[in-house]
Design a protein around this ligand. Structure first.
Ligand code: ZN
Ligand code: ZN
Ligand code: ZN
Ligand code: ZN
Length: 417
């Protein structure tokens, strides 16, 4: 176990030395060749037995050039956007699963689980190295075909992972239409689950790598803090740093995010309690707001029961009684118009006034069902005596009395809504 770990450390140190020697872009190619030679050398030294038994314990923490260069009295804050790091950490597991599946598909001798340890090690080395050179690489490509590519660290690292995955494809996965098959997706999902079940490459470990990769590619410092402090001030800064991790305060919400994103999260947090959007007196969590507003909120708008005969203003459900009182006159006009389709507006108005003046009209505003309201009006009209009106259309036929009787006898095909 120790032998292997030491070898890995030695290798990391040598690698760093080599990287420091040449930082010029032109040397990139040469550099990777040197690294390959180094790796070959290391491979020879390693005892094959020891290696196969202990690969699980190999130190997977990648090192950064900066860590070596930036020694001094001050230290970096090194806090980062926790959500982005989490997303990258998840992508690492998915990338590894894909690489292992693509590497062994069609093989009768190998399974993804058998190659996972080795491929993970290769992947971490590959991503660390590519991410360190990312800034240089992207400046070469500037103005080139990749110029419009996103520089969000998650997108950048996802692309690097894709590059690695494509390097690990075996001949079968390259030629067989495998890459687009549904079976590939299923196998990858299964293997992700298998790794999770076996606690292979836990989130903590992936987080550390994700942080390093993020810092390497986030050259605009949008998703991590690169401020430097003397040790006595560092702790103080970290307690106030916008990237410090905080939990959502809203009851029931398990979200964790950087402090600077508090307002952004709060504005969309499904557990945020706020007053009803329709301004009833209730307070609700955001995720229940829509349902409340549509189904039970007393301020939800409904159609007036007189909608079908003409009252078309929407009314808040809790105001419907008041609406009947406030609109008794217009509801009566709609009803008279419905009963006496031939009557003029002026006649209907006079009839309505007559009904209102009579002693029979009390309690009309209490009637909330249109059908009952229509028969109540008809009853009152009977008690008041025949309603005389001029016909609206001069070409109408039949005598008025007959029209009235036809109208008043017509059944109201209505129902309240
Ligand atoms: Zn900071
Ligand atoms: Zn929340
Ligand atoms: Zn409400
Ligand atoms: Zn109405």
């Amino acid at each position: 176990m120790d032998a292997s770990a030491t070898n890995a450390e030695v290798k990391v140190e040598k690698t760093e030395g080599a990287q420091l020697k040449s930082k010029k872009l032109g040397d990139l190619q040469l550099e990777s060749e040197k690294l390959e030679c180094l790796e070959l050398e290391m491979g020879k030294i390693e005892d094959a037995q020891v290696r196969s038994e202990n690969t699980e314990d190999v130190e997977l923490k990648p090192q950064r050039i900066k860590d070596v260069k930036e020694e001094g009295p001050s230290s970096p804050c090194d806090l980062f956007d926790v959500e982005v790091v989490y997303k990258i950490a998840q992508e690492l597991l998915l990338g590894l699963a894909t690489a292992c599946v693509d590497n062994t598909t069609g093989s009768v001798f190998q399974t993804p689980a058998m190659v996972a340890v080795d491929i993970r090690k290769e992947m971490v080395e590959y991503l660390t190295q590519r991410s360190e050179f990312f800034v240089a690489e992207s400046s070469i490509l500037e103005g080139g075909p990749g110029a419009e590519a996103s520089d969000h660290p998650y997108d950048v690292i996802s692309l690097l992972i894709d590059d690695f995955v494509s390097l690990k494809r075996n001949w079968f996965s390259r030629v067989s239409g495998w890459l687009l098959s549904e079976m590939r997706e299923d196998r990858v999902d299964d293997f992700v689950q298998e790794m999770e079940l076996n606690s292979f490459w836990l989130l903590d470990g992936r987080d550390t790598i994700a942080q390093t990769l993020l810092k390497n590619v986030d050259f605009k410092n949008m998703y991590h803090c690169n401020k430097r402090f003397r040790s006595e001030e560092l702790a103080k800064h970290r307690r106030q740093c916008g990237f410090r991790s905080i939990n959502c305060d809203n009851e029931g919400c398990a979200a964790t995010f950087s402090a600077a994103l508090m307002t952004k999260h709060d504005s969309t947090c499904p557990f945020k309690v706020s007053p009803c959007e329709q301004k009833c007196s209730e307070y609700l969590v955001r995720r229940e707001m829509d349902r409340h507003c549509i189904t039970v909120c007393p301020m939800r708008l409904i159609n007036c029961p007189f909608y079908s005969i003409g009252c078309q203003s929407p009314v808040p459900q809790c105001m419907i009684k008041q609406h009947f009182y406030d609109n008794l006159h217009s509801h009566m006009l709609y009803t008279l118009q419905f009963i006496h389709k031939q009557a003029s507006a002026e006649d209907l108005k006079q009839q309505a006034e007559q009904i209102e003046k009579s002693s029979f009209s009390s309690g009309l505003a209490e009637i909330q069902v249109v059908r009952f309201f229509v028969s109540a009006i008809k009853d009152i009209e009977e008690k008041l005596g025949p309603f005389q009106f001029e016909r609206k259309h001069s070409d109408s036929v039949g005598d008025p009395a007959e029209e009235i009787s036809k109208a008043t006898n017509s059944r109201a095909p209505l129902s309240a809504n």
